[in-house]
Design a protein around this ligand. Structure first.
Ligand code: NAD
Length: 302
């Protein structure tokens, strides 16, 4: 939907035929809903955007003449290897192929391919329509021109790319996310706070701030620059970590998981997860709209 909104013609392919028609129906429906609620991105009406998206059950047809392909098969190294092998045989020499992989690096599945110089990871964040971050993770064999092309393509379609300088497991988002979950887990396990209060630290505190400035700019603003922050707070931060942090890695144990889930189920029972996910996406849509409007205001002030 994002590529189509930006004016590109898109072709969907899936090994399961029913999946292609379901995806086309759901895309049409979703775009119409976004239009109704003033959330539609890009150019043209929902109908015009949906018309830019076609589907096929033939991989060769899908790749014919494509300048860019985004692979989204399940996160399984053997499967990615197999699918990338098929793509490698069918793709044009100048087609760029990005994997949506959340953890696997291109070196793990594309090392021996003819077109490996055109292959990298471009990891979106769910739901990408409202969370624009894309982690670009090139392999050592990915050409620099390909990395640059993917980054500018992501900007062109309205996403916000970052580029890792080398392949690292967990990329960036999951490393930051795991560090955060680890501390939440430890605080719960040691009986410091309830689940509700731990989550509130983010929803009412850190998360609100981080929607606008990241942790590093926070250091910069919370003192007279990062150096001054370190002069003032580095010892304190070091001591807190030494006294409270637990050895890494943290393994999320079942006993604690069951206990956290029991608390969460009072607020979100398992049969209401889907409704809660829709609520989350609506909230993210509102935030995305707010951020895009404030960006426009800031640039008209410049
Ligand atoms: N779901 C997310 O929130 C999310 C976010 C970012 C990245 N990712 C990554 O995207 C990839 C896909 O994840 P997902 O959650 O969308 O998976 P999914 O299981 O929901 O969808 C995978 C699709 O691939 C199809 N498929 C399976 N084998 C295939 C084959 N051989 N050829 C063509 N199509 C095939 C399936 O029919 C299915 O429609 C994974 O690498 C995942 O890590 C997922």
């Amino acid at each position: 939907m994002i590529f189509a909104g930006a004016g590109f013609r898109v072709c969907l392919y899936d090994v399961e035929p029913g999946q292609v028609s379901r995806a086309l129906d759901s895309t049409q429906h979703t775009l119409a809903g976004y239009q109704e609620r003033g959330l539609l991105r890009g150019s043209g009406t929902a109908v015009e955007q949906a018309e830019r998206i076609k589907g096929t059950t033939n991989l060769q047809e899908c790749l014919r003449g494509a300048f860019y392909a985004q692979e989204c098969v399940p996160e399984d190294t053997a499967l990615k290897k197999r699918v990338f092998g098929q793509i490698d045989d069918l793709m044009d020499d100048d087609t760029i192929v990005a994997s949506s992989s959340s953890c696997l690096t291109a070196s793990m599945f594309a090392e021996h391919l003819k077109h490996r110089q055109n292959i990298l990871v471009a990891h979106p964040v769910n739901p990408p329509y409202f969370l624009p971050l894309v982690e670009i993770v090139p392999a050592p064999f990915t050409w620099l021109s390909v990395i640059q092309r993917v980054r500018s393509l992501m900007e062109e379609i309205g996403q916000s790319p970052i580029t890792l300088k080398y392949e690292a497991r967990g990329f960036a988002l999951n490393r930051i996310q795991y560090a955060c979950i680890n501390e939440c887990w430890n605080m719960y396990k040691t009986g410091l706070l309830s689940v509700e209060d731990i989550d509130k630290v983010c929803t009412e505190g850190l998360g609100r701030r981080y929607a606008f400035i990241g942790p590093l700019e926070t250091m910069h603003l919370n003192a007279n620059g990062v150096e001054d922050y370190c002069d003032k707070f580095a010892d304190g931060a070091y001591n807190v970590q030494q006294e409270t942090f637990h050895p890494l890695p943290v393994l999320y144990d079942r006993k604690t998981a069951i206990s956290i889930q029991e608390e969460l189920e009072k607020k979100v029972p398992l049969d209401k997860l889907s409704a809660r996910r829709s609520w989350r996406d609506n909230m993210l849509a509102g935030l995305a709209k707010f951020k895009s409007e404030s960006k426009k205001e800031t640039s008209s002030d410049d």
